[in-house]
Design a protein around this ligand. Structure first.
Ligand SMILES: [Zn+2]
Length: 453
């Protein structure tokens, strides 16, 4: 017994030591395929991605942040913050105090990014580590005076192949080692806008192309010997919904556009009134039944989209599939940016590697939960954030987790065992007590036989 206790105790100590002193730090590659709507996974075939999931984990729906646009959501993934807290509140922004503007094409001023610290910066502040980025919004900007040690200036014309070549080279041959890396690809967002997600024929072709890229990624990691020790997360920033020229909201029919500065247009418009704010608000309020009009202070709390100077005094939120325009026709058949409670706006998350379970599926997490999970994998102390580490525990091998269905199953199982045992005891007692007079009679008969013999 003594020996057993000693053995168990020493086993625990070694086990603990084994987990805490990593000779090699954990490595993580974070991949985003822009605009990969969660239910594409059910509606189309992805043989390579499904193989990846079979040996890893899948979160079917990631509830992202409002507004469901590219820059804000990519920054929430790497900071764990809602948009009002990290400051990238749209793809097009205006700061009234400095009169600065931000857009997809003019995003390099650190001013916009410095309200938060993304994980690639935090990772480099730890001893002997570096980060690398084959693109991701913000990775080519010196945020808090720091870029990733290895990065590419953003250009949509650089091929996936070249991005993949760079990121794998950096993951293999750098000193200090690259422990956190990002890889970004513009599809299926670009095609989703162009064709609309309901164009099955074109989307089938585009999504097959995405699956082939995932196949190429996994193949390359295997060939280079990176696959076994690397944690890989494949996710996205938002989904996509179908738009139509039948569903337009023309602001020019409601209000003269010289009475406000338009900062962003659709599906969430941001307006800075030039005249009396109430006057602008009252005209817009009755403009179209398919658009919600909010003064900044009335924006619903569930959006977590209010407490930042870059959020304009009036915002307009179009209903799903509706497009806000200024006297112009519809330019795209698919869009995103809508209410983040719409499932069409959600992406998915799949992950594979030594940190993750194999073959585990979970229905949902929030996109802000990804940050504390990544910090845990990398052994980084997370900055204050809006995510909940507990939501991702079931995905991770080093965490004890019990989810609701399992808990219900255990309780029902325990009740069944107890009921069965109780029934058995009752039956046994009845058998022992009720047939006694009869058995005594039998005994008497039986008893006779040997006596006769
Ligand atoms: Zn887009």
């Amino acid at each position: 017994m003594k020996l057993l206790v000693i053995l168990l105790f020493s086993g625990l100590i070694t086990g603990y030591r084994g987990n805490s002193s990593h000779s090699l730090p954990s490595k993580l590659l974070l991949v985003s395929f822009d605009g990969f709507r969660a239910d594409y996974l059910q509606d189309y075939e992805f043989p390579h991605l499904q193989n990846f999931i079979k040996e890893g984990v899948l979160v079917e729906h990631v509830k992202n942040v409002f507004i469901t646009k590219t820059f804000p959501n990519h920054y929430s993934i790497v900071t764990g913050l809602y948009e009002e807290s990290h400051g990238i509140v749209a793809n097009s922004m205006y700061d009234a105090s400095t009169k600065k503007r931000f857009s997809d094409f003019d995003d390099k001023d650190p001013f916009w990014w410095n309200e938060a610290e993304p994980i690639w910066v935090t990772n480099q502040l730890q001893e002997n580590r570096s980060s690398a980025a084959a693109m991701w919004p913000g990775t080519d900007v010196p945020i808090h005076n720091t870029t990733p040690s290895y990065f590419m200036n953003y250009s949509s014309s650089v091929s996936f192949e070249e991005r993949l070549n760079n990121i794998t080279m950096w993951l293999m041959n750098s000193n200090p080692p690259v422990t956190f890396a990002t890889l970004y690809w513009e599809e299926p967002d670009a095609s989703g806008h162009k064709y609309g997600p309901e164009d099955k024929e074109n989307m089938y072709r585009v999504l097959k192309g995405i699956d082939d890229l995932i196949g190429e990624l996994v193949h390359r990691l295997k060939v280079l010997g990176l696959w076994e020790n690397l944690n890989v997360i494949i996710t996205s920033d938002h989904g996509m919904t179908q738009c139509s020229k039948e569903r337009l909201i023309n602001l020019d029919l409601c209000i003269d556009n010289s009475s406000y500065t338009l900062v962003d247009l659709t599906p969430v418009a941001a307006l800075l009134p030039k005249i009396n704010i109430t006057e602008v608000y009252n005209k817009l309020k009755v403009c179209d039944p398919h658009m919600n009009v909010y003064l900044k202070e009335e924006i619903p709390a569930r959006f977590h989209y209010q407490h930042n100077d870059r959020i304009q005094p009036i915002i307009l939120v179009a209903d799903e599939g509706w497009t806000i325009v200024l006297n112009k026709s519809l330019s795209k058949l698919g869009d995103h940016g809508y209410d983040n409670s719409l499932s069409s706006m959600h992406p998915f998350l799949a992950a594979h590697g030594p940190a993750f379970h194999k073959g585990y599926k979970q229905s949902t997490i929030n996109s802000v939960d990804i940050y504390p999970m990544m910090c845990h994998i990398l052994g980084l102390k997370p900055h204050p954030n809006n995510g909940t580490f507990g939501h991702t525990k079931c995905l991770l091998v080093d965490q004890w987790c019990i989810n609701l269905p399992e808990a219900i199953g255990i309780v029902i199982g325990a009740l069944l065992v107890l009921t069965t045992l109780t029934c058995l005891i009752i039956i046994m007692q009845n058998r022992l007590s009720v047939p006694r007079p009869f058995s005594r009679l039998q005994l008497q008969e039986d008893d006779d036989d040997p006596l006769i013999e």
